[in-house]
Design a protein around this ligand. Structure first.
Ligand code: GLN
Length: 479
């Protein structure tokens, strides 16, 4: 098989080709390893997708369902003996003694580690400009961001530098970069995939999810990650198996369009592509109606209290004593803590720690954290009520197409608005997928479909039916 043919295969197709004997696992691994390694070597002239690339193909033959199709994994997944830095200076060079459950399950399923991907520091960001290892570029336009915080994973898949990749989504970090790079991104139900070994940002929201070229690949990767894990008390057994989607139509499927997430603040071109996707859904037999999520407009405010509150607690462990870097020129213990954090954390992480510490301080706790928790409950109730009348909520994934590098870095609030449509689902803990639904200004637009907890199989089916019928063939030029 020629290299071009190999790179054209989806992960599922590559696994089938290996199974059928027309491709070897080593050939596949080497094809991607070469491409990933050249991107890494190119530095700023490349896309800067990777923080580490495997040196050699695994030697043992792969006798497992995923047949040796390698996976690129976001830097924040602990991988034994491999740098796992969460995009942060404070963890630079950190080599964990163990591997995250999601990664070890994929490996057991037959998907070896290809590379670690660049990301926003501790997964805080929507543009991948907060990485200590430099920004990732969007393969559709190098002067634009790939989205974040799983930007390296999304850009690598879109550019054909990895067959598929693993990311994490706390408030949109799988779905939003998938939308901005023109690929598929799935955030599973909270608890469906173990968080063990994922370097924590906001533990009540963090969830691992696939970034793939198509919906079938997303289902295939999820199938090999889900399930209860004794190492994560919040993990849950998935009811049944993740099936590979087969649906071609949407007959009898009721889609709800929430006005709250489809109006003001969303670019015209994005709304047009969204409207065209809705028309397509109708042609496939879906019934489309309006639905109300009255508290959704408050989701962003609640999220930006809750996520920083949890991060301020999770990041307290980086004190220079136990992990990663330590300031060497300190004159006493307190000074060592302060210098380590001063030098080790970037500006956005410091901003979140300060916001979170403030929100949790006595006297303000009820006013901020308590109130945000109550908003979170209302948002979950909104979805529960909506799902009594409809099967799925549909929205644009992100309010705009990929924006220019540097365009929003000086304005954190403008940056936070990227998460407007994705954060409500995160707060409710429900699954949501982003699929490409067209272009605006020559750049990809994402359609988000969200369903009740553990509706992944139905959600993947609906996404697959739409994916088949929405024309989205223009791919970015291979780098
Ligand atoms: N952009 C959001 C934030 O900065 C979401 C990040 C994420 O999902 N990890 O918090």
């Amino acid at each position: 098989m020629s290299t071009t043919d190999i790179l054209d295969l989806s992960a599922a197709a590559a696994a089938a080709a290996i199974g059928g004997g027309s491709l070897s696992a080593t050939e596949l691994f080497e094809a991607y390893r070469d491409r990933a390694a050249s991107d890494r070597a190119a530095g700023d002239a490349g896309l800067n997708c990777f923080t580490w690339v495997a040196a050699d193909a695994p030697s043992e033959p792969v006798d497992a369902p995923l047949a040796g199709v390698p996976v690129a994994v976001k830097d924040l997944f602990c991988t034994e003996g491999v740098p796992s830095q969460a995009g942060s200076r404070i963890l630079e060079g950190y080599l964990p003694p163990y591997t995250a459950t999601a990664v070890s399950r994929l490996r057991a399923g037959g998907a070896p580690l290809l590379a670690k991907t660049n990301q926003d520091e501790f997964a805080m960001g929507s543009s991948n400009e907060n990485s200590a290892f430099g920004p990732v570029r969007n393969p559709w336009d190098r002067e634009r961001v790939p989205g974040g915080s799983s930007g390296g994973s999304a850009a690598a898949v879109a550019a054909g530098l990895a067959p598929w990749a693993l990311g994490t989504d706390t408030g949109g970090s799988v779905r939003q970069p998938a939308a901005l790079c023109g690929i598929v991104g799935l955030k599973p139900t909270y608890g469906a995939v173990s968080r063990y070994g994922m370097i924590a940002f906001a533990s009540s929201l963090d969830q691992a999810g696939p970034l793939t070229r198509d919906v079938t690949d997303a289902a295939l990767m999820l199938r090999h990650m889900v399930g209860r894990d004794p190492c994560d008390a919040t993990s849950l057994a998935f009811p049944g198996e993740i099936e590979l989607p087969t649906a071609e139509r949407l007959d009898g499927i009721r889609l709800g369009v929430p006005q709250e997430l489809t109006g003001e603040g969303i670019e015209r071109g994005v709304l047009d592509a969204f409207a065209a996707a809705i028309e397509q859904a109708k042609e496939l037999g879906a019934e489309v109606s309006d639905v109300h999520l009255p508290h959704a407009p408050h989701a962003l405010s609640a999220y930006y209290v809750l996520a920083p509150a949890e991060c301020s607690s999770n990041l307290a462990r980086y004190d220079g004593v136990r992990y990663g870097m330590r300031a060497t020129d300190a004159h006493d213990l307190l000074d060592m803590y302060m210098r380590t954090r001063h030098d080790g954390f970037g500006a956005e992480v410091k901003r979140r720690i300060m916001l979170g510490t403030y929100a949790l301080s006595s006297g303000y706790y009820e006013a901020y954290y308590g109130r945000a928790q109550r908003v979170r409950t209302r948002i979950s109730e909104d979805f529960r009520t909506a799902f009594e009348q409809i099967d799925f909520v549909v929205t644009p994934t992100a309010p705009s197409v990929a924006f220019r590098l540097g365009e929003k870095t000086a304005d954190p609030l403008a940056m936070y608005l990227n998460d407007y449509c994705t954060v409500p689902m995160s707060l409710a803990g429900i699954p949501a997928i982003s699929i490409p639904c067209g272009h605006s200004e020559g750049l990809p637009v994402g359609l988000q479909i969200a369903g009740p907890a553990f509706s992944e199989n139905r959600l993947l089916d609906a996404a697959r039916a739409l994916e088949r019928s929405i024309a989205f063939d223009a791919r970015p030029a291979r780098v």
